[in-house]
Design a protein around this ligand. Structure first.
Ligand code: AGP
Length: 609
């Protein structure tokens, strides 16, 4: 996610651009820039760092002009740097472009443009766009935009400036948000409503496949073929703070609901419906390298550690390589038996968790090959690891990690399939079925998110409890761990996850009348045993909520209430089953009046040991 703004009208553009970007820093903030048209030229000012760094840079020479665009970056391709910051321009400076999204085919396009004499400065995918504009410009700005949009593949909110036609800004949308703010004698563009809400509440919300030609006194919306689109004005009724959360009450809820899009973005370019190829160009592993691995270590903290437990299951089941999962703060000090016959995978949303970073360094010191799974391009962990695979969840603002977790599971799943395919350990049909199942996950997530009432009821009924238990076997146990962490860290209810088969070895003593117990039962190979464990706690007075697959008739016979997830392969179940648990934690915390986004004692990124 990045922040995008545009202004065209009778006032100076720069003040609006900077003010608008400041309202969008929650969407991305590793670098920022603006481009303003003046007197035949486009003046581009940009730099790495927060928006304040750009403000400092502009002191004494703010770009002059009444037409401009701006951007705050959340890097996906190319580390945060001055040169990778947006806007990007072509060699002549005739075109300036800002972009939110991923251009999947940028590499072949870039190679072709270099052959034609274009000079690239950045490592970004975005930079191909202004060069394509320069390559195809035929004197008609609008037609050239259409031409370029027909060439690029991927997801985008794109906003274009052209020095030859400064009376308009053109923008286009596919899979990433773009809003036009309708003013009087001036108009605004933004990737999200908070940037324009102080100027106007009348907007056009662009839909996928639409583009807008925005002038000071008019806004014309068409499809990509130029056919006019009759847009209805959307009147924004939210207040500014609510607008930052997309109309949701908290960032956590917004991020829970962003998960279908984040999974799509993380899958984009890596899996395709057309074939069973798994594309991870970030990795240079060979079958020989993998065959020589004695062990894979997965090291992380908190939610990322829980994702690592699921990752262990995936890799061992699909690739048959031994995997050891460690809490980072433990790994560092237990003199681990790790050397150059091992691979160490670290998982970290922020890429800045000190325990995980130091564990990574320890693994490197001992000779292990290393790889990071992280959500932040250019983070300390991303820079330290030999190789990196990024989740594309966008900035995660709430302290409680949600969309990072599900996109981490997606990466661990793809990685396991990638390894098993390289080693010839997976049958074609099994691979095909799993890939088709993975591609269905976003729509299945939507299905869960559209049916939250049973979860709200359970949360309200048991929010006053001081203890709660989460039980599961196999992958359900891994998800139970994450569900317990979500509940305890934002509602302050003492929640404990337990391997269902282990309960009778002690913890069962804590089960008494009225204790809420969430039992996950999505794993067919241990289903009957799990039902027996459910009966154990039920017979001692527990109030049981079952989490099961749609169509499961058995679970409802034993649990007090059941929340179901869509039918999915058991390996894929964790990615879906965690969503009801995230929502349960959210609504329980709400019912208890807790600060959902900023729970007591906790920080979003723990950069101390
Ligand atoms: C999870 O909800 C917590 N916010 C916390 O456990 C977090 O997962 C942990 O601190 C690891 O953070 P990281 O993924 O940024 O390394």
């Amino acid at each position: 996610m990045c922040g995008i703004v545009g202004y065209i009208g009778r006032h100076q553009a720069t003040p609006f651009l900077l003010e608008g970007l400041s309202k969008l820093e929650y969407r991305g903030y590793d670098s920022a820039g603006i481009a303003v048209y003046h007197d035949g030229k486009i003046d581009v000012e940009k730099c790495v760092g927060r928006l304040d760094a750009l403000r400092q840079k502009l002191i004494g020479h703010e770009p002059v002009g009444t037409v401009g665009i701006g951007h705050t970056r959340w890097a996906t391709h190319g580390k945060p740097s001055d040169i990778n910051a947006h806007p990007h321009v072509d060699d002549t400076g005739m075109f300036a472009v800002v972009h939110n999204g991923i251009i999947e085919n940028y590499m072949p396009l870039k190679q072709e443009l270099v052959k034609k004499g274009h000079h690239f400065k950045s490592q970004t995918d975005t930079e191909v766009v202004p060069h394509l504009m320069a390559e195809y410009y035929n004197g008609d700005f609008e037609a050239t935009v259409r031409k370029v949009l027909s060439i690029i593949k991927g997801s985008y909110s794109l906003v274009f400036l052209c020095a030859k036609e400064p009376d308009k800004i053109i923008c286009a949308k596919k899979n990433n948000p773009l809003v036009i703010g309708l003013g009087k004698g001036e108009n605004y563009i933004a990737s999200d409503i908070p940037a324009i809400i102080s100027k106007t509440r009348d907007t056009y919300i662009l839909a996928d496949g639409e583009m807008a030609i925005v002038m000071a006194d008019s806004v014309r919306v068409t499809d990509l073929n130029g056919k006019p689109v009759d847009k209805k004005v959307f009147r924004v009724t939210w207040d500014a703070e609510a607008a930052e959360k997309g109309g949701f009450e908290h960032f956590m809820l917004k991020e829970i609901y962003e998960q279908p899009k984040c999974v799509r973005d993380t899958l984009r370019g890596r899996l395709s419906r057309e074939n069973d190829e798994i594309s991870l160009p970030e990795l240079n592993w060979t079958p020989d390298f993998l065959k020589k691995l004695r062990k894979i270590f997965i090291v992380a903290c908190g939610t990322a550690y829980h994702a690592g437990i699921v990752g262990k299951y995936y890799i061992e089941k699909m690739a048959r390589i031994p995997v050891e999962v460690d809490i980072a703060s433990e790994f560092r000090y237990r003199d681990p038996i790790i050397d150059d016959s091992c691979l160490c995978i670290v998982i970290s949303q922020s890429g800045e968790t000190s325990d995980t970073l130091e564990a990574l360094k320890e693994a490197k010191r001992r000779g292990a090959a290393t790889m990071a799974v992280t959500n932040v391009v250019g983070s300390s962990i991303a820079r330290e690891a030999d190789q990196v695979i990024y989740t594309y969840a966008g900035p995660e603002i709430a302290v409680a990690s949600t969309k990072a977790y599900t996109t981490q599971l997606i990466i661990m799943l793809i990685l396991s399939l990638y390894i098993s395919k390289l080693l010839g350990k997976i049958e074609d049909k099994r691979l095909h079925d799993l890939i088709q199942g993975i591609l269905r996950i976003p729509e299945q997530m939507h299905e869960i998110l559209e049916n939250v009432d049973p979860i709200k009821v359970f949360a309200a009924n048991y929010a006053s409890c001081e203890d709660a238990f989460f039980l599961g076997r196999s992958l359900d146990y891994a998800v139970a761990l994450e569900g317990a962490l979500k509940l305890k860290e934002i509602s302050y209810i003492h929640a404990e996850a337990y391997a269902a088969g282990e309960l009778k070895h002690g913890t069962l003593a804590l089960i008494e009348e009225g204790v809420p117990v969430i039992v996950l039962a999505t794993q067919p190979h241990v289903y009957d045993k799990t039902i027996s464990n459910l009966q154990e706690v039920k017979s001692r007075g527990a109030i049981v909520i079952g989490i099961g697959m749609q169509g499961d008739k058995e679970l409802a016979k034993h649990a007090n209430s059941v929340i179901t997830i869509p039918q999915a392969d058991e390996e894929l179940a964790p990615i879906l089953a965690v969503i009801p648990l995230q929502l349960l934690a959210y609504y329980a915390a709400l019912a208890r009046g807790c600060d959902v986004d900023k729970p007591r004692n906790l920080a979003k990124s723990v950069t101390v040991e």
